[in-house]
Write a protein that binds this ligand. Sequence first.
Ligand code: GRF
Length: 322
Amino acid sequence: MIPNRAKVAVLISGRGSNMAALLYAAKAENCPFEIILVASNNPEAPGLTLAEAEGIATFAHPHKGMNRAEHDQIMHDAIKLAGAEYIALAGYMRILSDDFVNRWQDHMLNIHPSLLPKYKGLDTYQRALDAGDSHAGCSVHLVTATLDDGPILGQTKVAVQSDDTADILADRVLIAEHQLYPATLAKYVTRKADPDWILDQLRTRVLALEETHERESFGTPGWRVGSEKSAKYFAYFSYRHLGDTGTSVFVKTSGLDEQAALLDADPGLYFAPKFYGKSGWIAIRMDTGRTDWDHISDWLRKSWRMVAPKRLTKMMDIAEEF
Ligand code: GRF
């Protein structure tokens, strides 16, 4: 089993077949998430019995006679107590309060049986049929305050057949849902180790530095400062680049002494890149799952400053003298 799997609470109101799909996916050795709680606003939800039979903790609290905020608070407390880091909504038929949504921002996903942004709300299959769509489908998205809105993380298209009714189509979309939800959740909880995600984060920070542009170098993105003609590199992204392993960023140190001191101080974070190491560059690992982005930004700025033209650094040098 993967250590430190992401802890997920699944919220259901009924059948819970998507919950079951998540739960069985989590039984695989290499699944990066585990289901630690199945919670419901409906104590009679059939999905709760299934979860119990599988040895998963369950929690149910009916919403009848309660206002939304009160009920959400009870669910929130139970989810927190169970130690969940993520919530997967799977047929949870309750509108959530803004407060609840905000508390779980970027940590709550939902599955919806349409190709969003088409057909938010109910009756999605009939609406797709009525519109004569060639495809229906399903979407997994992050939950935001607006219903069935929020960034889409994954979608599966399902071809409409000429004799489809809403029910027949729903059955087929459900098969797609059961594939899509575990795969999308797995990708999402591991996104911070995904080289593409890391590169995006890095790029945003690097390009925020003055007069910086990107230029590929030996097949990897590198960043230079200065005018196109005389610019100098101050950072490179590395994903298994030129014989190095993992995902890292290369920045400049003042020389081999500083490089050696860094390697000595934190060998878990720093290493000397095979190709650039000889000229004093240092690699900072970015796939540890605990990247300190402020620290990375500091390094980028320091490296930028080492090669930036005087006209860009002059004011900083003066400011530092005082
Ligand atoms: C699914 O169609 C899902 O897309 C929607 O509600 C339904 C839940 O079904 N949000 P189940 O309880 O997972 O079987």
